[in-house]
Design a protein around this ligand. Structure first.
Ligand SMILES: *Cc1c(COP(=O)(O)O)cnc(C)c1O
Length: 461
């Protein structure tokens, strides 16, 4: 390590273009929040100061990616950017066949429709909203087989994204291997707080599923972030490159759904990647119906080029070190002032533990939704609820799912905010924390049928 290189993290880039932010008053924000029905998804982005709603599609692209946009080959069929993307997916992820989609859920839709028969079961390491919904719409039943530690926001297990192999084996015994469409393995696990899965666990999942002839579909959306944690935490990987680790992870799976809007540093794009030619052939037929021709899948040529280049940048160690370093920086700051957060801090976000932050607000008064609204009122920072509102309702009973974790996610877009923005964020959370006793809950006054967290409206109690 050179003398000038910082030992912690620092941005391995400098800023070439800036986007001015609107500064608002508390009165402006009270008005905006009431108009948005106390749902941060319904705020106008121009009323937001620091936008930590999501890291999905909110990344800053590099000059190399923007230059690639100019090289977009906007042919209806056979765009050269498709071939560049196909080459890089093969080179870095190791899958043989590529079907581009407009974003991750496009790939989830296709694979769910292809492989799930009504009455099937689809085990996975904790649900993800769109993934589970597509599985259910295809007639499947999702079964959570993540280790119990993942549901405990204070457990310091280094790989809280791991699958509990006993739970998986029990399910296979109970329903029979023929009734299991495939196992969904996510890395990192978004809903558990961006927690990684270990290589050891991936190997064991492969061994167990091979024995039963069950496919593994990888949610590779955040696999580069996961690879960094493996390098940092798992024995034997200290000297391996991020690219090597990523490829080994993928090698234990049969295919992947991908949202390029996360790891791959773009604003739109995704893909389905497969090793089995027959499944690929069917997916290629289906993508034409739902997304677009199989060489663009709902994307412009320039978008595929930006994503192809994003793969090359995503696996660079200085990038991923700074990306995760920034999230850890905010997590460490909040922990040092006593704010309850999910531990260990995950790859893309700091999760405030709303149950402990606002213990006086019962789950049916939406503590996490309330906390997200309060944070916006304090400083114009936009975060997101990940609790009972996001969990939705059971399709059998119609009742809410009652998740153990009631969280507010402060999600960091890649390469967008500076360390001073991180400081402002921690200061604002601290200010809300100091006034927490005075905060009252919310009631839901409008509830959409699907993925209700996006559009639900609330009123203050
Ligand atoms: C964002 C995300 C998805 C869905 O991808 P979209 O591009 O939003 O459709 C699936 N899985 C994980 C882990 C994600 O983070």
């Amino acid at each position: 390590m050179g003398k000038l290189e910082r030992r912690s993290w620092a941005e391995p880039f400098k800023i070439k273009v800036v986007e001015p932010l609107k500064m608002t008053t508390r009165e402006d924000r009270l008005k905006a929040m009431a108009e948005a029905g106390y749902n941060t998804f319904l705020l106008r982005s121009e009323d937001v100061y620091i936008d930590l709603l999501t890291d999905s599609g909110t990344n800053a692209m590099s000059d190399y990616q923007w230059a690639g946009m100019m090289l977009g080959d906007e042919a209806y069929a056979g765009s050269k950017n498709y071939y560049h993307l196909e080459e890089n997916v093969g080179k870095f992820y190791g899958y043989k066949y590529l079907v581009p989609t407009h974003q991750g859920r496009g790939a989830e839709h296709i694979i769910s429709k292809l492989l799930i028969k009504p009455g099937d079961y689809v085990p996975g390491n904790m649900y993800f909203t769109t993934t589970r919904l597509h599985q259910e719409l295809a007639g499947g039943t999702f079964v959570d087989v993540i280790i119990d530690e993942a549901h405990d926001s204070q457990n310091l297990h280094p790989f809280k994204g791991n699958i509990d192999l006993q739970k998986l084996e029990d399910l296979i015994k109970k329903v029979g291997e023929k009734k299991i469409s495939y196992v969904t393995v996510a890395a990192t696990v978004n809903m558990a707080g961006g927690q990684p899965i270990s290589m050891e666990n991936l190997r064991r999942i492969r061994a167990l599923t091979s024995k039963h002839n069950i496919k593994v579909v990888f949610d590779a959306t955040r696999a580069v972030e996961n690879a960094y944690f493996i390098k940092m935490r798992e024995k034997g990987f200290e000297q391996r490159s991020i690219a090597e680790i990523l490829k080994e992870m993928c090698s234990y799976t049969d295919g992947a759904t991908m949202s390029g809007k996360k790891d791959l540093l773009v604003n739109i794009g995704g893909f389905l990647a497969l090793n089995d030619y027959d499944v690929f052939e069917e997916a290629r037929n289906m993508v034409v119906v739902y997304e677009g021709l199989h060489t663009y899948g709902g994307l412009a040529g320039r978008d595929m080029e930006a994503m192809a280049r994003g793969i090359e940048e995503a696996v660079q160690e200085p990038h991923i070190k700074a990306r995760i370093g920034q999230v850890e920086y905010v997590g460490d700051k909040l922990q040092s002032i006593g704010v309850p957060i999910v531990l260990p801090v995950g790859g893309h976000a700091v999760f405030l533990d709303a149950k402990r932050f606002l213990p006086h607000i019962p789950q049916l008064q939406f503590p996490a939704q309330t906390l997200a609204a309060e944070l916006y009122l304090d400083s114009g920072i936009r975060s997101m609820e990940r609790g009972i509102v996001s969990a939705g309702r059971s399709k059998e009973t119609g009742d809410h799912y009652y998740p153990k974790l009631e969280l507010v996610r402060l999600t960091f877009p890649r390469r967008v905010y500076t360390q001073a923005h991180c400081d402002v964020t921690a200061e604002s959370v601290e200010a809300v924390f100091e006034n927490r006793d005075r905060i009252k809950g919310l009631k839901m006054v409008y509830e959409p049928k699907y993925l209700r967290f996006f559009q639900a409206r609330f009123e203050r109690l």
